[in-house]
Design a protein around this ligand. Structure first.
Ligand SMILES: Cc1ncc(COP(=O)(O)O)c(C=O)c1O
Length: 398
């Protein structure tokens, strides 16, 4: 018998796992993905760049890399985010490369959390982050949200009572799972509260460059004057998730701790992937590529919203995201998201992710997350029709 450590005891596989199992199976339509569309991957450009990386830099990319990241890529990304979005220029901040934003989540938890510490999160938040925090013995406290995200007054109430709160985890722009964004005024309020209570904000923002409508909202990091904000970005959704490249912009002091933790995990992120990203960003126009991704996703979002209005408009309401990959269905009070998700899977061969997967306390809530980046336009039409049928049948039966 294997005797496992207690560290992972409280962590259960989520209902989302059942949904993932059937992704790509013939006959199923999936609104359950968390990925960008494979149609956006720059495969041809990357294939062209690959030989020169080995011929010119073979000894470097086949060797162990530097833990902090490839210096050329670091400098290029730092410049991009300073020039385009005006953050990362603070004298005491640096940009470092990690193996996906997911590793930044894990290492931040490793660096900051003792058993029993609290992480303050949105009431509905990214499951991969919450699982990482729980694995270090954290207690998660969910802050109530409205259509504009975390409610500042509620955040303050939590910080007043939770003396062991270590940091605040937020996805302010095109949030996963709900697709909503926090307006600038509220970002300022949240930032001021974090500073007043001397808490770090972990600003997780892998989606902010995927905007299809509405006005750009600056990152919380742009407000940061004294190192209270760690900004985590990623190339996963704007280039390719297989590269496994994320980056953190944060104070040197905090990054030094993350670097220590990273040395025990993987020594360095993949040097070849980092050179690939560097050369892609040098040769091609990433903004142009992002604009093409946005054109595709805008169409898919618009079709999904139109179909939802027609098929389920009388039964439920849903978020209208201005970007990102997801939208959120608010089911009538008392309806089980797990029950409906399972019904749709079994009776309609349609996968969605029940809201419980994202609930800070893991409760079965009346909500579903839908992804619109991966299904084709045709699949969106068919899938939303199935969703409407399934929802009507399920609501009649309970
Ligand atoms: C909010 C959020 N943070 C982080 C990640 C992980 O990103 P990466 O692929 O850079 O590890 C995801 C992936 O879906 C995400 O949705």
């Amino acid at each position: 018998m294997l005797e496992f450590a207690s560290r992972l005891n409280g962590i259960k596989p989520s209902i989302a796992r059942e949904m993932y199992k059937v992704i790509g199976k013939p006959g199923y339509i999936s609104f359950a993905s968390g990925a960008p569309s494979a149609d956006t991957f720059p495969n041809r450009e990357m294939a062209e760049l690959a030989p020169a990386i080995y011929l010119e830099r073979g000894n470097r990319v086949n060797a162990y890399g530097i833990t902090e990241g490839d210096p050329e890529l670091r400098e290029m990304l730092r410049k991009r985010y300073i020039d385009h979005y005006h953050f990362g220029s603070r004298e005491a901040d640096e940009l470092q490369i990690f193996t996906g934003a997911q590793q930044i989540l894990d290492l931040t938890a490793k660096a900051l959390l003792n058993e029993g510490d609290v992480v303050v999160v949105d009431e509905h938040s990214y499951s991969g982050a919450m699982t990482a925090f729980r694995a270090y013995g954290a207690k998660l406290v969910g802050v109530p949200m409205d259509d504009s995200g975390m409610i500042p007054e509620e955040l303050e109430k939590v910080l007043k009572t939770e003396k062991k709160a270590k940091f605040i985890y937020l996805i302010p722009t095109f949030q996963n799972p709900m697709g909503i964004s926090i307006p600038m005024e509220r970002r300022k309020e949240i930032y001021d509260i974090a500073v007043a209570y001397d808490k770090i904000i972990f600003e997780d923002s892998p989606y902010f460059e995927l905007r299809y409508s509405g006005d750009y909202i600056p990152a919380i990091k742009t407000l940061d004057t004294d190192g209270h904000v760690l900004f985590a970005g990623s190339l996963s959704k704007i280039m390719a998730p297989g590269l496994r490249i994320g980056f953190a912009i944060a104070s040197r002091e905090l990054l030094a701790k993350l670097t220590l933790g990273k040395q025990q995990q993987d020594l360095s992120s993949n040097p070849f992937a980092q050179q690939m990203a560097f050369r892609y960003l040098s040769k091609y126009d990433l903004d142009e590529h992002i604009a093409q991704c946005c054109d595709l996703y805008r169409k898919k979002r618009d079709v999904m919203l139109e179909c939802l209005e027609k098929e389920i408009g009388s039964m439920a309401h849903f978020s209208h995201p201005e970007g990102g990959l997801f939208l959120w269905i608010y089911l009538p009070a008392g309806v089980s998201g797990n029950g409906l998700g399972t019904y749709l899977l079994e009776k309609k061969k349609l996968t969605t992710i029940p809201g419980s997967a994202y609930h800070a306390a893991g409760e079965d809530i009346p909500a579903l997350r839908l992804n619109f980046s991966v299904p084709s336009i045709e699949e969106i039409h068919i899938g939303v029709k199935l969703l409407g049928e399934g929802m009507r049948e399920y609501l009649d039966s309970v």
